[in-house]
Design a protein around this ligand. Structure first.
Ligand SMILES: NC(=O)c1ccc[n+]([C@@H]2O[C@H](COP(=O)([O-])OP(=O)(O)OC[C@H]3O[C@@H](n4cnc5c(N)ncnc54)[C@H](O)[C@@H]3O)[C@@H](O)[C@H]2O)c1
Length: 266
C-alpha cells in the first residue's frame, strides 16, 4: 500500500507510542521511513526500532524549534529530495495545563498550544516545500474534542484547535496536491496518556460506550488507518477527521444518574 513512499514519522518515544506501531506497519507496507524524535527521546526511539528487521534512521527534532525544522528540511532535501507523507504524532502540555483549565498559567497554555497545534502547521509547511508533483499526505492525531471531558483539560482546546487547523491546512495545501487529515483515536496507554490525570476515566467510558470492543493497549487499528491515509487509496480525502475509536464518538452519552428533573418526577 505504501510502496515507493518516503515518509517522515514523528512521535516515537516508547514501544507503546502510536508512531512506533505506524513505523512497523508502514515499513511492512513498503514505505521508506525517517523517524524524527524529540532530542531526549532519540536513544529510546533507536532502542525501540532496533527490534525491526531494517530499523529506519532516527534524527533529532524539537518540533517547536524553527532551527530544528529548517535542519530537518535540509536533511530531507539531501536524503530524498522529496517527501511523500508525514505523521505528526506530537503532543505535550505542562502538568498544570492537564490538571485544570482556569488555574493554568498562560505560559503553560502557550507551550501546550505551540507543541501540540502549531507544530502541525509546521509539518504542513514542510510538505508544501518538499511534496512531489504527484502530491503528499499529512496525518495528525486527534482525541475527540467536540465535548468537555471530566479530565484532559487544556489538551481538549488544543485538540479542538488542531481540528480547526486541519481544515485550514487542507484549504491551503490542496493546490499543491498535499492532503491533511486527522485520526481521532480512542484512549491508548502510552507515555502521553500516563501524563493525563485520571486517564482511566476515559478507558472506563470507552468500555461502557464503544459498540466495538476497544483495547487501550493495542494501537494497531489506529496505525493501520494512518497508513491508509498516507497511501494513494485516500487520494481524494482531505480536511477529514477519521474516528478510530470503536465507534464511541457516535453513541449518545450514557448517563450514570438521571437528570435532576427526571429524578423529581420519578
Ligand atoms: N494515547 C492516547 O490515548 C491518544 C488518543 C488520541 C490521540 N493521541 C495523540 O497521539 C499523539 C501521539 O501520542 P502517543 O499517545 O503515541 O504518546 P507518546 O508519548 O508515545 O508520543 C508523544 C510524542 O510527542 C513527542 N513530542 C513532545 N514534544 C515534542 C516536541 N517539542 N518536538 C518533537 N516531538 C515532541 C514525544 O517525544 C513523544 O514521542 C499525540 O498527538 C496524542 O495527543 C493519543
Amino acid at each position: 500500500m505504501l510502496s515507493g513512499k518516503r515518509l517522515l514519522v514523528s512521535g516515537v518515544a516508547t514501544s507503546d507510542s502510536i508512531a512506533a506501531v505506524v513505523v512497523e506497519r508502514a515499513l511492512r507496507a513498503g514505505a521508506e521511513v525517517l523517524v524524527a524524535a524529540y532530542p531526549r527521546d532519540v536513544p529510546a526511539a533507536q532502542e525501540v526500532l532496533s527490534a525491526l528487521a531494517a530499523p529506519p534512521a532516527v534524527v533529532a527534532l524539537d518540533a517547536t524549534s524553527e532551527g530544528d525544522l529548517s535542519a530537518l528540511e535540509e536533511d530531507l532535501r539531501r536524503r530524498w529530495g522529496r517527501l511523500d507523507g508525514a505523521l505528526h504524532a506530537i503532543a505535550f502540555a505542562p502538568r498544570a495545563a492537564l490538571a485544570s483549565v482556569m488555574d493554568t498559567p498562560a505560559g503553560d497554555v502557550e507551550m501546550a498550544m505551540r507543541t501540540s497545534v502549531w507544530t502541525y502547521a509546521a509539518f504542513g509547511r514542510l510538505l508544501r516545500r518538499l511534496a512531489p508533483p504527484s502530491g503528499a499526505s499529512l496525518v495528525g492525531l486527534d482525541f475527540d474534542s467536540a465535548r468537555a471531558w471530566p479530565v484532559y483539560n487544556w489538551m481538549g482546546p488544543c485538540k479542538a484547535a488542531l481540528r480547526s487547523l486541519n481544515g485550514y491546512l487542507a484549504r491551503d495545501l490542496g493546490a499543491t496536491g498535499v492532503r491533511a487529515n486527522l485520526v481521532a483515536a480512542g484512549p491508548l496507554r502510552t507515555r502521553a496518556a500516563s501524563g493525563i490525570p485520571d486517564f482511566e476515566v476515559l478507558v472506563d467510558r470507552w468500555n461502557r460506550q464503544a459498540p466495538l470492543a476497544w483495547d487501550p493497549t493495542d494501537a494497531s487499528s489506529v496505525a493501520d488507518a494512518i497508513c491508509f491515509l498516507l497511501s494513494d487509496l485516500a487520494r481524494a480525502i482531505t480536511g477529514e477527521v477519521l474516528h478510530v475509536d470503536g465507534g464511541a464518538h457516535a453513541m449518545a452519552t450514557c448517563l450514570e444518574v438521571p437528570p435532576v428533573e427526571m429524578q423529581a418526577t420519578s
